[in-house]
Structure formats: structure tokens, C-alpha cells
Design a protein around this ligand. Structure first.
Ligand code: NAD
Length: 498
């Protein structure tokens, strides 16, 4: 059986803790690999490697750091198909979806190729007599990323590409459920010319995460995962003075206005609600039709589309979505469906009975659709993270606007309408971090920033785009005076710009 170790000092090393976890192949339900779970000492070894290498890397001029990133982009493109298949077989999502996962990460690596420009500081000549002021951006040192199972290529790249381009060394702790692709990405960075020690991967669970949180040499942590863990990491990292950004769970609403193009809206809801088996932080999990007629028209079109979703293996190119990540994930989603029924929601389509012929042990679940969900129900308040869409009927626009605005989570939201006024009002007022107008999954492109509000994000800077450069650098401001001909004598009061 394949075993996955850690990537420390430029190469894969075996785990020494004696602890491992199973890596499943969700489409068959079989264990396909054992991944090592790092001890505190193994995390420490990775940090020491990173610390030893970081100074020289930071002193390498930014254009050369950019060239490593450019070569990395080329190598990932070379290995696209192999990486996508490995990703699909460990995560469960289909190969075309896995390619999107890789591509969305690669776009941030492309962004990081602009590091010579992105790290430029500011300069003011003649801020006072003989005084010039300039600011520099300097790397933090050793930084870490802790990432979730659901985007095992994209989110690691969102973290390490800008951090490394800025001159930091990086410790990546990917999800123990699908560690294969992060390990391959580290290998490709070395092939691209990255010095050993600048990108290390430690696989593991809470023990490795706690070792990262408590390590005094790690200066910043970027986390993505569920909200309870995001909050835990944010609080514990703050206690040791680390810079920290933590992105959590979501409950993304799609508002359907009476004037929306219903066919386009239904296409959008089906893709964004059920793609990747709903295991996306930007999945649409709540549809909010405005007015009874809109709701009835929506349900009439949605029901047959959910009933005819094509669920397949991860390597079936014609499948709409594949299996979920683990058996526990399937059980958790089924449990939420039971809860929804008990709470009084109408289960319009029930996907619990789905069986995949020939793959009976795989982690499959059909698409489910709830109607008449209300905001006091647990299936509305909590993140289900599976192929389940809940319809909450709103009487008017104001009620629809209030739903996502008052929800605990605030990751993404969308409005479907032909009315520019309504769209503009919604975008301005809704209390959510990322907004789509007739766009169901408003994940900003790489040169903008990505981040949710409320319980979907802790910390003030977003991921990728200009915020990633701010997050992985510290600003130094230099005030200099070359006072030829300026004679003012000693000054005892605070200097000001007179
Ligand atoms: P998770 O919180 O279980 O795990 C995330 C990371 O934390 C993993 O590396 C895991 O090993 C580690 N971890 C798990 N339990 C821990 C513990 N008790 N102590 C310390 N570390 C621990 O999340 P997941 O199931 O891998 O991913 C799905 C979640 O991530 C969903 O809630 C989804 O919405 C969220 N997510 C959010 C975003 C975003 O940008 N907001 C993006 C993708 C996924």
C-alpha cells in the first residue's frame, strides 16, 4: 500500500511518530494509502529546516524568486492530468472539477510571479527639509498554512505561492484526508528551482497543528477549514502573538427575484448547489425565491433537475458530481436530512437511497432538495456540506436581503435578477464578504481578494490578491535626512511638518 510521509528539507521523509491515518479512495470506499501523522518533534524539524534556509531565500532578488514561480506554473501545467487524477481519487470530486481546483490555485501562483512589482514600497522625496521617507515590505520569516480537504491543490497554492514569493519559508499542514497532491506540489517547487527547506509539508492532525500553533519561530498562520477549528486556531495563535487569518464555514444564499431568468437561475443553482457534491465553501446551499409565484416556478423547474443529477465515479467524465470524501461525511449529511424532516421542512427530493452500481462501498449520496425551510431550523442555521439545497421562501426583497445579512455565516451570496437597481442595492447592503450578481459562485479572481465575513472569517486581511502580500510581509518605514545646508539646532519638542 502507498505510504505518504512528510516533505522536509527538499525531499519526502518517512514519518517517525508511529501514528498514521487511512487515506480512502471515495469512489470505491477502499483505503488506498496510509499517511504519516507528524509529532511535535517532526514539526520542529521542518521549522528548523525552514529557518536555516529562509535568510538566503529572502536575500535572493525578487525577479529570481518570480522565475522559480514561473517555472512552477509550467511544471504544474505539464503534470496537470496526473495531478487531477490523483486529486480526484483522494478527494472524490470528478477529474474536470479537480482540474478547476488546480487551475484556481495556479492562478494565484501566476499572480505571485508579479512579486517584483507587488513588493515595491513607497517613497516621498522632500517630506521635510532634507528629509525623504520610504517604506519597505519585508518577509516575516517562517510562516505556516493549515488547509482543508475540499481544495487540496487550490488552497495550499493560495497560501504558499504568495508567502514564498515574498521571501518567507513555508510549513504546509494539508488535510490528512487527501495529502497526495500537496506533496506533489512541493516536489514540483523543488524541480522549479526552490531551495530545499523553503517549502515543507508536514502531514498530520491536531498534534501537528498544535505544534505549529505553539512554535515560537512560526510568525504567521493562514488557516482554512471549518468554523470551530478556525476560531480555535485564531484564538490560540493570538495568545502567542502570531499574525493569523482563519477562514471558516459557510451558508451561501442565492436570492431569486421575480424577474430573474428562471432557466439560467436553475442552471446556476444546480451547478453551484450540487457540483463537487456540495463540498465547497462557496456552494449555494440556500435558495431564496422572492414571492410565492417565483417560489412555485423555481420548484417546478428545480425538482426534475435534482432528480436527474448524474452521480458517477470520480473518473467518469460525464458525471455531474462524484462521491463525498468519507463515509462519516455521508452519514453526517444523511443525519441533517433526517433533522430537516423532523423540523418540518418539505423534502421535495430525497437522495439518501442512492446506490452506485458496482461501487456499493463508495461514499455516494444522491441530490436532496428541501422546500419550506425556515430560519429557526438547524438545516438552515448550520453548514451541511453535502448535495442538499434548502429553499427558504421570502415574501419580499427586504426579507430576502435580511436572511443572508443576519445569518451567522457571511462567505458568499448571490442575487439573480434583471433589475440593475435591485442588484446595486443588494450588493451595497448585504452583510456578506463576496457577492455575485447573476453569478452563483462569486470566487474573486486571483488579483482580487477572497474572504468571508462574520463566522466565515477571523482576522482582517483576505486571501490572495494584494492582501496576501500584505499578510505575508511586514512594513518598515525609513525616515532619512541628509541635511546639507540645513542648520536647525537641537529640537526638544516632537518633530512635526512645519
Ligand atoms: P476541518 O476544520 O475539519 O480541517 C481543516 C484543517 O484543520 C485540516 O488540516 C485538519 O487536519 C485540521 N484540524 C481538524 N480538526 C482539528 C482540531 N481539532 N485541531 C486542530 N486542527 C484540526 O475542515 P475540513 O473538513 O477539512 O474542510 C471543510 C470545511 O472547510 C468546511 O467547513 C468549509 O466550508 C471550509 N472551507 C472554508 C473555505 C473558506 O475560504 N472560507 C474554503 C474551503 C473550505
Amino acid at each position: 500500500m502507498r505510504s505518504v510521509g512528510h516533505f522536509i528539507g527538499g525531499k519526502e521523509v518517512k514519518g517517525t511518530s508511529g501514528r498514521t491515518a487511512d487515506v480512502f479512495e471515495p469512489m470505491t470506499g477502499e483505503v488506498q494509502a496510509k499517511v504519516a501523522l507528524a509529532s511535535k518533534a517532526e514539526v520542529r524539524a521542518a521549522v528548523e529546516n525552514a529557518r536555516a534556509a529562509q535568510g538566503e531565500w529572502a536575500a535572493t532578488n525578487p525577479q529570481r524568486r518570480a522565475r522559480v514561480m514561473m517555472k512552477f506554473v509550467e511544471l504544474v501545467q505539464r503534470d496537470y492530468d496526473k495531478l487531477a487524477e490523483l486529486l480526484a481519487r483522494e478527494h472524490g470530486k470528478t477529474v474536470p472539477d479537480a482540474k478547476g481546483d488546480i487551475q484556481r490555485g495556479l492562478e494565484v501562483a501566476e499572480f505571485a510571479c508579479g512579486i517584483p512589482h507587488l513588493m515595491k514600497g513607497e517613497y516621498t522625496e522632500g517630506a521635510g527639509p532634507g528629509i525623504d521617507i520610504y517604506s519597505l515590505r519585508q518577509p516575516l520569516g517562517v510562516v505556516a498554512g493549515i488547509t482543508p480537504f475540499n481544495f487540496p491543490a487550490m488552497i495550499p497554492m493560495w497560501k504558499f505561492a504568495p508567502a514564498i514569493a515574498c521571501g518567507n519559508a513555508f510549513i504546509l499542514k494539508p488535510s490528512e484526508r487527501d495529502p497526495g497532491v500537496p506533496m506533489k506540489l512541493a516536489e514540483l517547487m523543488i524541480e522549479a528551482g526552490l531551495p530545499p527547506g523553503i517549502l515543507n509539508v508536514v502531514n498530520g492532525d491536531k498534534e501537528a497543528v498544535d505544534a505549529i500553533l505553539d512554535d515560537p519561530d512560526i510568525k504567521a498562520i493562514g488557516f482554512v477549514g471549518s468554523t470551530p477549528i478556525a476560531q480555535y486556531i485564531y484564538e490560540r495563535a493570538a495568545q502567542t502573538g502570531k499574525r493569523c487569518q482563519c477562514f471558516g464555514g459557510a451558508k451561501n444564499h442565492a436570492i431569486v427575484m421575480p424577474d430573474a431568468d428562471m432557466d439560467q437561475t436553475v442552471d446556476a443553482l444546480i451547478g453551484a448547489g450540487y457540483g463537487s457534491a456540495g463540498e465547497r465553501c462557496m456552494a449555494v446551499s440556500v435558495a431564496v425565491p422572492v414571492g410565492k409565484t417565483t417560489a412555485d416556478r423555481l420548484m417546478e423547474k428545480l425538482i426534475p433537475r435534482v432528480e436527474s443529477l448524474k452521480i458517477g465515479t470520480s473518473v467518469d467524465p460525464s458525471a455531474d458530481y462524484g462521491p463525498l470524501v468519507t463515509r462519516e461525511a455521508v452519514e453526517k449529511v444523511k443525519n441533517y436530512i433526517d433533522i430537516g424532516i423532523k423540523e418540518g421542512a418539505t423534502l421535495a427530493v430525497d437522495g439518501r437511497g442512492f446506490k452506485m452500481q458496482g461501487y456499493e462501498k463508495g461514499f455516494y449520496l444522491g441530490g436532496s432538495l428541501f422546500d419550506n425551510v425556515t430560519k429557526d431550523m438547524r438545516i438552515y442555521k448550520e453548514e451541511i456540506f453535502g448535495p442538499v439545497l434548502s429553499v427558504v421562501r421570502a415574501h419580499d426583497y427586504h426579507e430576502a436581503l435580511a436572511l443572508p445579512s443576519e445569518h451567522d455565516y457571511g462567505n458568499g451570496v448571490a442575487i439573480f435578477t434583471r433589475d440593475g437597481d435591485a442588484a446595486r442595492d443588494f450588493a451595497a447592503k448585504v452583510n456578506v464578504g463576496m457577492v455575485g450578481i447573476n453569478v452563483p459562485i462569486p470566487v474573486p479572481i486571483a488579483y482580487y481578494t477572497f474572504g468571508g465575513w462574520k463566522k466565515s472569517g477571523f482576522g482582517d486581511l483576505n486571501q490572495h490578491g494584494p492582501d496576501s502580500i500584505r499578510f505575508y510581509t511586514k512594513t518598515k518605514t525609513v525616515t532619512s535626512r541628509w541635511p546639507s545646508g540645513v542648520k536647525e539646532g537641537a529640537e526638544f519638542s516632537i518633530p512635526t511638518m512645519k
